[in-house]
Design a protein around this ligand. Structure first.
Ligand SMILES: Cc1cc2nc3c(=O)[nH]c(=O)nc-3n(C[C@H](O)[C@H](O)[C@H](O)COP(=O)(O)OP(=O)(O)OC[C@H]3O[C@@H](n4cnc5c(N)ncnc54)[C@H](O)[C@@H]3O)c2cc1C
Length: 467
């Protein structure tokens, strides 16, 4: 949609103030600036015309109703940790930030669900349910900063997806505001429910382009036993890739299976001084939360599989503290990377059996483009994050980056994989949606978008390529 004229924008803001006098509405440029971008610093998105901080669903509904009336785009926003530009500003648009809708509303022990507002930080939700002896599984590496609304927007993955699935697998109910400002409830608290079309899986992962989520009912589990943790070092990336297949073949079902390559190992060790093997080409972090002795037994099998694939060392963490340091080192890998230069995190995925080929493709792209690419990620899901590190002074940097991302996306698709396994298409990967999905599937997506958002006001320019 085209940007609304300045007079329309002014009338829209005046209508908001009249209808919602209590609403916190940021209009100063300096305040709006912090809502322009997400973690995709390389994009140059427009500044929102205003930022609304609603505190209840009725306010969100009124904001969207007025936006539809004035044909003003709206961008839902969580914590802005996204890595695809999903929450970035749009031309002439209002950003709705959920920081004040940050309450856990109910923990329902009988039905193993939690009802929450979207602005709750993932780690805070986890802590709230843990205090009741319950467990909310999805755990993006950014879990201490990202919100449940953002996790629902991107269908976030994380370190324990390999056992517990992605965000979508934990959603049983949603309250959403649709593009005309109506409030609609989807799902409920039942474990099984096949009445009509599956709208929850459609909304989750749609990056705010089909509806705005104002409440979620999420599935809980009993708290799993403490994790046992293994790290294994490898002389080549290929050996680490083969170890991943060997672990599956040996019947190990870890709750975490992460990879870090040499550049990542060194960057993480520089920051956290964990005493990692800095000469290793790759490291695997394998964890099990099976009960009793079963976790230790699973890690013994895992160590055997790693050794069989050529590991130079396999070590079991001495205690929970050491395990936590190792896990935290992996979680902070992206920030460690940012010390090396301008780091752009990519998010390709392949069927698990093709991980060694993906690792080889990443090395090939790095060599061809004469770039450092540091790779880490959720290798147990076949999901790797190649981080392209740019020298700030390289005049050819942007061009190299474009060539490298193009080659990475094409390699992933050729291997039967995806250009984005968990971060989303957003703005950053729009041009590759059709390569990934095909024209027929993109046409179906457009039809859904047109049906649910006929005026095109919900986060326009995100996910779908220009028509
Ligand atoms: C260091 C680091 C590590 C990361 N690790 C992981 C990881 O392991 N796994 C992973 O999946 N991601 C990871 N991410 C990416 C990011 O944290 C996730 O995508 C997260 O889900 C974004 O949450 P957020 O609250 O920051 O959302 P935002 O970035 O604010 O928004 C993300 C998307 O959701 C939409 N949205 C937000 N709120 C709503 C709502 N209420 N209704 C509808 N749509 C909404 C936005 O419009 C946007 O499209 C990482 C990021 C960083 C910086």
């Amino acid at each position: 949609m085209s940007a609304p004229a300045p007079t329309v924008q002014a009338a829209f803001l005046a209508a908001i103030r009249a209808a919602l006098p209590e609403l916190r509405l940021l209009t100063d440029a300096i305040d709006r600036e912090s809502y322009r971008r997400d973690e995709t610093a390389y994009l140059e998105p427009p500044l929102p015309i205003a930022v609304a901080l609603p505190s209840r669903t009725a306010e969100v509904a009124e904001l969207v109703r007025l936006a539809a009336l004035h044909r003003v785009p709206v961008v839902p926003r969580g914590a802005g940790t996204g890595l695809s530009g999903g929450a970035a500003g749009v031309e002439g648009g209002l950003t709705i930030a959920f920081a004040r809708m940050n309450r856990v509303l109910e923990i329902d022990r009988d039905n193993f669900v939690v009802v929450t507002q979207p602005g709750v930080i993932n780690a805070e939700l986890k802590a709230a349910v843990a205090a009741e002896g319950l467990f909310y599984a999805p755990d993006p590496a950014s879990y201490e900063t990202c919100t449940i609304g953002g996790n629902l927007g991107t269908n976030a993955g994380g370190l324990c997806c390999v056992k517990y699935g992605v965000t979508r697998d934990s959603v049983v109910g949603l309250e959403v505001v649709t593009a005309d400002g109506s409030i609609v409830r989807l799902g409920g608290r039942t474990v099984k429910d096949v009445a009509g079309y599956g709208l929850i899986p459609l909304i989750v992962g749609s990056q705010g382009t089909l509806a705005v989520v104002t409440e979620a009912t999420l599935r809980l589990r009993p708290t799993p036993p403490p994790k046992a943790t293994l790290i294994a070092f490898f002389p080549t990336l290929d050996a680490a890739g083969r170890a991943v297949s060997a672990l599956s073949a040996a019947g190990v079902e870890p709750c975490t299976l992460e990879l870090m390559d040499r550049t990542t190992i060194r960057a993480v060790d520089d920051v956290h001084a964990l005493g990692l093997d800095r000469d290793a080409a790759a490291m695997l972090l394998v964890e099990s939360d099976l009960p009793g002795d079963a976790a230790g037994a699973a890690l013994e099998v895992a160590a055997g599989a790693c050794d069989g694939a050529g590991a130079t060392a396999s070590l079991i963490a001495a205690d929970a503290q050491e395990a936590d340091w190792l896990r935290q080192g992996r979680r902070m890998a992206f920030h460690a990377m940012e010390r090396l230069g301008v780091a752009r995190m990519e998010d390709v995925g392949v069927p698990r059996g093709r991980v060694p080929e993906l690792l080889a493709a990443i090395e090939r792209v790095a060599a061809e483009q004469e770039l450092t690419i540091a790779t880490f990620g959720h290798v147990g899901d076949g999901n790797l994050h190649p981080n392209i590190i740019l020298d700030r002074d390289d005049p050819d940097g942007e061009a190299k980056l474009k060539r490298a991302t193009d080659a990475l996306y094409r390699a992933a698709v050729e291997l039967g994989g995806t250009v984005t396994a968990e971060h989303g298409i957003g703005v950053a990967r729009r041009d590759y949606l059709e390569l990934q999905r095909g024209a027929g599937a993109v046409a179906m997506m457009r039809a859904i978008k047109d049906a649910l958002d006929p005026l095109g006001i919900l986060n326009p320019g995100k996910v779908l390529p220009e028509a």
